[in-house]
Design a protein around this ligand. Structure first.
Ligand code: ZN
Length: 139
């Protein structure tokens, strides 16, 4: 029951690929590698969406970016599976507005709020600051 239309999926895929491209670019700057060198395995090097970055290279980028990269790949996988845009908790549509603000969101705002409240209540540990919080503050 994917609530997103094909054109929405295409749009979010483009956004996610674009975000991934920025990380890949950063990694290329860091390592002075080419896209092709970064690729682990076969495939079309021009296809950023399917570009796999090796663990060794992931270790070179910051924690924030590597976390984001995982989320982007995960979200891209969900687009392929046609489950993108559904809340993983309740199965409801996450909503285009929320996805626009946070394309890697896995939960709807209700479930996310509940999760955050539960974490506040039960956890005194340091939280993973990246969590689901994906701010588009670059540039
Ligand atoms: Zn939900």
């Amino acid at each position: 029951m994917a609530a997103l239309k094909k054109k929405d999926l295409d749009k979010f895929k483009a956004i996610l690929v674009d975000e991934k491209k920025k990380i890949v670019q950063h990694l290329m700057d860091l390592t002075q590698s080419s896209e092709q060198e970064l690729q682990n395995g076969s495939g079309d090097p021009a296809d950023i969406a399917s570009l796999e970055i090796s663990q060794a290279n992931i270790a070179k980028i910051g924690r924030r970016e590597s976390t984001l990269l995982k989320k982007i790949d995960y979200a891209l996988g969900k687009i392929e599976d046609k489950t993108y845009g559904e809340c993983e908790e309740c199965g409801e549509a996450i909503g285009v507005k929320r996805l626009e603000a946070r394309p890697v969101a896995q939960l709807c705002i209700d479930c996310k709020t509940e999760q955050e409240n539960a974490e506040k209540r039960y956890s005194s540990r340091d939280r993973d600051q990246d969590d689901d919080d994906y701010d588009r503050d670059s540039d």
